[in-house]
Design a protein around this ligand. Structure first.
Ligand code: 26M
Length: 801
């Protein structure tokens, strides 16, 4: 599209929709008109892509995820359509800043954190690699809560992201389907003697899909992310005469559950899981039937991936549809199901592993529960005589009156993968070891990745331009080419320009900090960043302990030569996670104490930015000098902010956990600050039961002073929270070994302080991080899934044949 065409199209839409001239339109009208224009451009490609998949009958993957976290889509869509610069200029010609209208768009925040964001990076990469793939999820009316701080406490407000409508989605009523919940099932004998399950007293709800185009990077491909919304079916209207009854139905897709890493068996959550699983499976079956192929070809055309266990009811639901609705026998249906399905595990934290009480399953999804019981029965039967009885009992689906969803996912699929090498190894060796002995061939690793289109091209234009200048633009299509930057390690001009680009983004973030918090930060300070959900195992508290150490150091020795540092936090706590909320309160109070103490001469500042989300991440990450990845070794499955920060030239201070291990291997020891217990040492403590945080405390005067600050009034206004934290570290023996890792962490921080003083040395490390970040491209990750697990091919490969 030329600039002239863009302008014309925009003018037309502003006139038709708002009766406005381009010159008189405000950011809201401009955003919606531009959004419609973008949709029109992409819809043509979307239609073509879909036609192509249909005629080629290519194998497709369906990525089932109860969370998607795309953030804003305007600039991403423009970039991927290849018209970002033209649009930007057209608007600029009329005196409009594209950033101003892009800011109108609400973040699509239908996810909690890592897991949902990974799903969205994958959607971008699958389309960009020309792979036939679809997302399947839930269209929540309210996304993840908005976070405010009041008196330093987290307050949650509803996220009304749909208030002004959503330009990107298409409601497809014609593709709606019914989902049956509750009631009971009995077996009816048919004339041919077969038993047919019949439901009675069921609640039938309508699942209406809203499709959003997932636009590939300048390749003409547009895939589909399909999100389901609940409605009352017209035929059932009469049954819902009072509002309360209607509400219970409408509640089904009203809100995203805001807990991550904490499983609590809620009825509505279970109903949500079945709702999007059933609707998704039904629409896959409907598509497959259009192909007119025999059932045994199913897995040659369809791959179904389940993102964590939340969609694990895909196993019994696919069985149900194949058997009850299409007359297949158990063995045949089971063979198809296992071949089609694959599963990714995202955590080893026991409290996050899903287990549903049997009574709840019987109540909410009675037919699904029957099938689960039968899977369990057949599993136990088939393993007897092959494996020891205790192993069979430990791996079966039904235990302690609960359904173990991970067991269902592993037994009912052909592939189980972890999300980083160390995580996948731990699954095999410890967490899922029993299953590994039974199905060794099912286990594999797929290290997470990120899309550098969003996290570099869009979020960091200054850096992108420096890259273009020195290594050319090929990295934009092929992120592995970031490696070319290594040729310039000793080029002072390049190092200077990289530093300059970082400074631009630091200044932008400093402005944002000033606007949102009223605190001034210096851009020559180290910007030290920890951005992730608030969780004890991620150890934001250890970061705070280090900050308190610096605080006391400066108080004792005001003349001390510290490199100025700004500690930046972004983190939401699950509303029910009171310990995490206490940590937020204590960080906020410490921040206030430090930021208002002029005797510190601005040497350290602590900024806790509220409402961390994708858009805020895009502001913080390009401005970061230091990336905090300090989880207790073995606990963080992968992490992905570590990759985004590395890509933007931040240097990582890290434990050997998750993908940090592979980041270390990629950049080399001299370009990362590794500290702390290894995963083996952590497990040794578990085995020997010989950890004593009290002992460490008693032998370390400085640590005593730091911990005492939580209860002696040094940190103001934290009587309750300070005591809670103090007790967790001492009375309850410091579950995540903060005190054990503290000294080593401090040493790593001291090396950072020193190294930063030598800008060229620092910038060289930074360069090495940018150059090696291509290894963590989600493009590479999804290609590995496509080859090893899904057996799907890029559309180009297919049409060329
Ligand atoms: C559970 C119950 C009720 C409501 C929500 C949940 C729930 C939601 C999300 C539980 C876990 C959830 O996500 C876990 C998660 O985000 N895991 C992260 O996945 C990333 C992508 O693989 C990894 O990089 C992180 O290390 C891992 O913590």
């Amino acid at each position: 599209m030329t600039k002239e065409e863009i302008k014309q199209e925009l003018r037309r839409r502003l006139r038709d929709n708002y009766a406005l001239e381009l010159e008189d339109a405000g950011p809201v009208e401009l955003f919606y008109s531009l959004g419609e224009l973008v949709k029109a451009v992409s819809n043509e490609k979307w239609q073509k892509t879909w036609k192509n998949y249909l005629t080629e009958e290519q194998k497709q993957v369906y990525y089932f995820s109860i969370e998607f976290l795309p953030g804003k889509l305007l600039k991403s869509n423009l970039l991927n359509l290849g018209i970002l610069e033209e649009v930007r200029q057209t608007l600029a010609d009329t005196g409009i800043d594209i950033e101003e209208l892009a800011a109108v768009e609400k973040d699509m925040a239908l996810g909690n954190g890592g897991l949902g964001r990974l799903a969205s990076c994958f959607m971008d990469s699958i389309a960009s690699c020309g792979l036939p793939g679809n997302g399947n999820g839930i269209r929540y009316d309210y996304g993840l809560f908005k976070q405010r701080f009041m008196d330093g406490y987290q307050v949650e407000l509803p996220d009304e992201w749909l208030k002004r409508g959503n330009v990107w989605e298409i409601r497809r009523e014609g593709k709606a389907c019914d989902v049956h919940l509750f009631g009971n099932v009995y077996m009816k004998r048919l004339a041919n003697g077969k038993l047919q399950p019949v439901g009675e007293n069921q609640t039938t709800v309508r699942a209406v899909p809203y499709d959003t185009g997932m636009i590939g990077y300048q390749n003409g491909i547009v895939n589909t992310m399909r999100l389901w919304s609940v409605e009352i079916p017209a035929s059932e209207e009469a049954k819902y005469q009072n509002l309360t009854q209607r509400r219970t139905i409408e509640d089904l897709t009203a809100v995203l559950y805001p807990d991550d890493s904490q499983e609590r068996g809620r009825l509505v959550r279970l109903a949500q899981e079945y709702f999007f699983v059933s609707a998704g499976i039904q629409s896959i079956i409907r598509y497959y039937k259009k192909l007119n192929l025999p059932w045994h070809s199913f897995s040659e055309k369809i791959a179904i991936h389940i993102n964590d266990t939340h969609p694990a009811m895909c196993v019994p639901e696919l069985m149900r549809v194949l058997m009850d609705e299409n007359g297949l026998n158990w063995e045949f249906a089971w063979d198809i199901t296992v071949k089609a399905l694959s599963y990714t595990n995202h955590t080893i934290m026991a409290e996050a592993l899903e287990k549903w009480p049997i009574h709840l399953m019987k109540q909410v999804v009675p037919r699904i529960y029957q099938i689960i019981e039968e899977i369990d029965r057949r599993y136990v039967l088939s393993m007897q005589g092959i494996h020891p009885e205790d192993l069979i009992q430990r791996t079966r689906l039904l235990q302690n009156d609960q359904v173990y969803m991970a067991h269902l996912a592993i037994i009912g699929s052909h592939s189980t993968n972890g999300v980083a090498k160390i995580h996948s190894d731990l699954l095999k060796a410890v967490v899922l070891h029993d299953f590994y002995t039974i199905y060794p061939e099912r286990f594999n690793n797929k290290t997470n990745g990120i899309t550098e289109r969003r996290w570099m091209q869009l979020a960091n234009e200054p850096l992108s331009k420096v890259m273009d200048k020195w290594i050319g633009t090929s990295w934009r299509k092929n992120p592995k080419n970031l490696k070319l930057l290594l040729n310039f390690q000793d080029n002072e001009e390049v190092l200077k320009q990289l530093r300059q680009a970082k400074l631009v983004k630091k200044a932008e973030l400093a402005d944002y900090i000033w606007e949102t918090t009223g605190i001034e930060v210096a851009t020559d300070a180290i910007f030290d960043v920890q951005i992730k959900r608030l969780h004890a195992y991620k150890r934001q508290l250890m970061n705070l302990l280090h900050i308190l150490r610096l605080y006391f150091q400066i108080k004792d020795h005001p003349e001390i030569d510290l490199t100025p540092r700004v500690f930046i936090f972004g983190a939401k706590a699950a509303p029910s996670y009171s310990y995490a909320k206490s940590i937020i309160k204590v960080i906020n109070e410490t921040a206030h104490m430090i930021n208002t103490d002029s005797t510190l001469q601005g040497k350290i500042k602590v900024i806790f930015l509220p409402n961390y989300n994708v858009s805020l991440a895009e502001k913080i990450i390009p401005a970061a000098d230091v990336s905090e990845q300090i989880s207790l070794a073995s606990k963080e499955a992968s992490g992905t902010s570590n990759m985004k920060l590395m890509l933007n030239g931040a240097i990582t201070v890290a434990t050997l956990d998750g993908a940090n291990v592979e980041i270390k291997d990629a950049v080399g020891n001299e370009n990362i600050y590794i500290f702390g217990l290894t995963e083996k040492e952590v497990y040794n403590y578990y085995e020997n039961q010989d950890y004593s945080s009290q002992k460490i405390y008693e032998e370390d005067k400085e640590l005593q002073r730091i911990l005492d600050a939580f209860i002696d009034g040094t940190i103001p206004n934290v009587e309750f929270e300070g005591r809670e934290i103090y007790d967790s570290l001492l009375k309850f023996n410091d579950e995540y070994f903060l005190l054990r890792d503290f000294r080593d962490y401090v040493q790593a921080q001291e090396r950072i302080d020193l190294d930063y003083k030598n800008w060229a040395l620092w910038q060289k490390k930074s360069l090495a991080n940018i150059a090696n970040a291509g290894a963590f491209s989600a493009d590479e990750t999804v290609k590995a899934y496509a080859e090893d697990i899904w057996q799907i091919e890029p559309i180009f490969a297919h049409t060329e044949k």
